[in-house]
Design a binder for this molecule. Structure first.
Ligand code: COA
Length: 329
């Protein structure tokens, strides 16, 4: 019988822009306080990209790190996937801009849109392509610049977001199978709770849409919070069940970094102790598609994880979308 093709994680990388925007800086922009932001979200500061630093640039820097770690050359990958909701342009895809920056010859490259769950969706797509035997080495990136679609006059949202990118190189393997499970979900009936109203075909850009700030994120935070917790718990439990592992086997739980109170509530409901939960939201804010992969990269590079450890990633985002994956690093 033909042996099943497994997936090996060859390496990870991440990148955050240099510029730091602290809560104290935000106090000068909107009617808010460090105390309110810290207590309600856990965020202390976030990174903000420069005007001439598009999403593909962050993706490029994170990918270079991942290739270094994986000890392979960019030209060895045969597919590029970028999970993002803040592409450089509507088209071509950010994956194509990244391909150009990495000087990778003609391999398929495309973007994937699943909001903050984008990287988990990406893991699922990469796994399926590799297991099918069609592709052998995939560069998967989660990259977003939410600060470029933020309304800096809206204190309900502008304190939450940051910019960043994370990358993972995955390879076909006959010895390893590092993606133990993936579970995905979505419910479009919630699409009116977290969205960017204009610029698409529903509401094309006009002077009015710009003046009305319709090219920035609109969010009903309380409702998002209410749905996020049970969906993340459900996804995490399903992915764990499908992986055949037990909660005790999980060395580190890496939740989407959107709000410290969501993270605490999810951890409590799952029954995982907080010392096994990775948190870096205080210094990043919500970096959307990039949260789980940048957190994973930091956990690996800081020595918190070692080879063979079992990790669970879980995310939730606009759509609503959600997803979780149990992996071995
Ligand atoms: N600074 C100071 N006050 C603020 C504020 C800010 N940055 N943002 C909101 N407020 C005020 C509100 O105006 C409101 O005032 P009011 O009672 O006078 O009307 C008060 O604080 C409470 O607002 P509320 O919306 O009830 O706060 P909250 O506890 O729900 O926290 C969020 C707000 C946005 C932090 C929280 O709802 C949240 O994190 N939701 C999920 C968002 C998310 O994760 N999105 C991404 C998902 S991928």
């Amino acid at each position: 019988m033909k042996k099943k093709i497994g997936v090996k994680i060859l390496g990870t990388g991440s990148y955050f822009p240099e510029k730091v925007l602290t809560n104290l800086d935000l106090e000068k922009i909107v009617d808010t306080s460090d105390e309110w932001i810290s207590a309600r979200t856990g965020i202390k500061e976030r990174r903000v990209s420069e005007k001439n630093e598009p999403t593909s640039e962050l993706a490029f820097r994170a990918s270079v790190e991942a290739f270094k770690f994986a000890n392979i050359l960019p030209k060895q990958v045969d597919m590029i996937i970028v999970a993002t909701i803040t592409p450089d342009m509507f088209f071509p895809s950010t994956a194509c801009f990244l391909q150009r920056k990495l000087n990778i010859p003609s391999v398929p490259a495309f973007d994937l849109s699943a909001s903050c769950s984008g990287f988990i969706y990406g893991i699922s797509v990469a796994k399926a392509f590799i297991e099918s035997g069609l592709y052998k080495k995939i560069l998967l990136v989660g990259a977003d610049e939410l600060t470029k679609i933020t309304d800096w006059t809206d204190r309900n949202t502008c304190v939450l977001f940051g910019d960043g990118a994370g990358a993972m190189v995955l390879s076909a393997s006959h010895e390893n199978d590092d993606i133990l499970s993936v579970f995905l979900g979505a419910d479009g009936s919630y699409s009116n709770l977290l969205f960017l109203p204009a610029g698409g075909t529903f509401n094309p850009a006009t002077v009015d849409t710009v003046n009305e700030r319709l090219h920035t994120v609109k969010m009903y935070g309380k409702e998002v919070f209410r749905v996020a917790v049970p969906k993340m718990v459900f996804a995490a439990e399903k992915a764990l069940e499908f992986s055949g592992k037990k909660l005790e086997d999980v060395k580190l739980f890496i939740p989407h970094q959107a709000n410290m109170r969501i993270i605490m509530a999810v951890a409590k409901k799952i029954g995982i102790s907080i010392d096994k939960v990775f948190v870096n939201i205080h210094k990043t804010g919500n970096v959307s598609s990039a949260t789980t992969i940048t957190a994973l990269d930091e956990a690996i590079k800081s020595g918190r994880l070692k080879s063979g450890d079992i990790v669970e990633l879980v995310a939730f985002g606009g759509g609503f979308t959600w997803g979780a994956s149990v992996i071995r690093i």
